[in-house]
Design a protein around this ligand. Structure first.
Ligand SMILES: Cc1cc2nc3c(=O)[nH]c(=O)nc-3n(C[C@H](O)[C@H](O)[C@H](O)COP(=O)(O)O)c2cc1C
Length: 136
């Protein structure tokens, strides 16, 4: 089966709460195994970076749903490609909460994710988290 990996960034709704994040992760961890999706969600208080991987159809469907989700806005697809194997095979949705600080964030991401993923994926996360807006 051909696998697709899609990376997007978005702005969190101002005032988004811990309960909102918990609800998002609950949905992801319930639905994604059924949809054959895996990935990681990174949040720094102001913006999200999410990598989704799965069949082309499953990825396209979840992105369609995400585009209408009011808990974030300005969803911008940064990268989309076919992959041979998953970078997050063991994660229905890994979650990484960064400090509201770009540099700390980069450092933390690199440490948390470095071992288990291809360098190409790591480089994408690094570039995106460096440019993530700092939360207010
Ligand atoms: C930043 C963000 C990431 C999300 N990631 C996922 C996801 O990986 N899988 C998923 O099913 N829903 C995800 N959601 C929620 C979907 O937009 C949607 O609310 C949900 O899939 C609806 O299914 P439910 O009724 O079972 O919760 C995410 C929402 C946001 C704001």
């Amino acid at each position: 089966m051909e696998l697709k990996s899609l990376t997007y960034t978005s702005w969190a709704r101002p005032g988004i709460s811990d309960a909102d994040i918990e609800a998002i992760l609950r949905s992801a961890r319930t639905n994604n195994p059924l949809d054959g999706l895996t990935g990681v969600l990174i949040f720094n208080g102001g913006a999200f970076v999410q990598i989704l991987e799965g069949s082309e159809q499953a990825v396209n469907e979840i992105v369609g749903r995400l585009c209408t989700d009011k808990r974030h806005s300005n969803l911008f697809i940064r990268e989309e490609r076919l992959i041979e194997e998953r970078a997050f095979p063991d994660w229905s949705m890994a979650y990484l909460r960064l400090e509201d600080d770009e540099f700390l964030g980069e450092d933390k991401v690199q440490r948390a994710l470095a071992r288990s993923m291809p360098e190409s994926t790591r480089n994408i996360i690094k570039a995106l988290t460096q440019s993530m807006p700092v939360a207010r």
